[in-house]
Design a protein around this ligand. Structure first.
Ligand SMILES: C[S@@+](CC[C@H](N)C(=O)[O-])C[C@H]1O[C@@H](n2cnc3c(N)ncnc32)[C@H](O)[C@@H]1O
Length: 153
């Protein structure tokens, strides 16, 4: 099992007592979406991407697939998502430090706005998150290159 899978399974346990949906930022080939819906049965998962390129078996239904530039869709998804998220999983890293810094600048406040008190943000890009605690990086987080933040309850 990969470090990413182990990490997401630990985070799934952490949100057990937090109400709200999961926001999956970046469908890609649907690998982490598949894993999240398997380990979080019954939890509503909204997935964001500018395009849908995953295998049909790894695509959410139309009500839960939010297509477009995340900078626009995350800001205006409130009427559709309705509740603040228990978990935001952000898999939008490019590997380019400058592009990732630029992305983090607009992403962090938008993610913060969408996260429930006590909710978690798991991100492949380091984010400046006032009002959140940065959780210690476990071995699987380190290997999976994840940062984990928890919003004050
Ligand atoms: C690394 S992939 C996600 C991988 C996915 N979590 C998986 O396990 O298969 C990143 C995805 O985010 C999408 N993406 C990146 N930046 C975006 C943006 N600003 N708006 C919308 N989609 C974006 C890309 O289209 C790509 O599909």
């Amino acid at each position: 099992m990969t470090a990413q899978k182990l990490f997401l399974e630990r985070v799934a346990e952490m949100i057990a007592d937090v109400d709200g949906p999961v926001l999956e930022l970046g469908l890609g080939n649907g690998r982490t979406f598949d894993h999240l819906r398997e380990i979080l049965p019954g939890r509503e998962i909204f997935v964001f991407d500018r395009a849908v390129t995953a295998h049909p078996a790894s695509i959410p239904d139309g009500d839960h697939m939010i297509i477009g530039e995340i900078r626009d869709t995350l800001a205006y998804c409130g009427p559709r998502v309705k509740r603040p998220a228990a978990l935001v999983h952000c898999d939008l890293g490019t590997g380019d430090p400058t592009a990732d810094l630029a992305k983090a600048a607009w992403l962090a406040p938008q993610i913060s706005e969408r996260t429930a008190p006590g909710g978690y943000v798991a991100s492949g890009i380091a984010l400046d998150m006032p009002g959140f605690e940065e959780m210690p990086r476990s071995a699987d987080a380190e290997l999976g290159r994840y940062w984990l933040y928890r919003k004050a309850a």
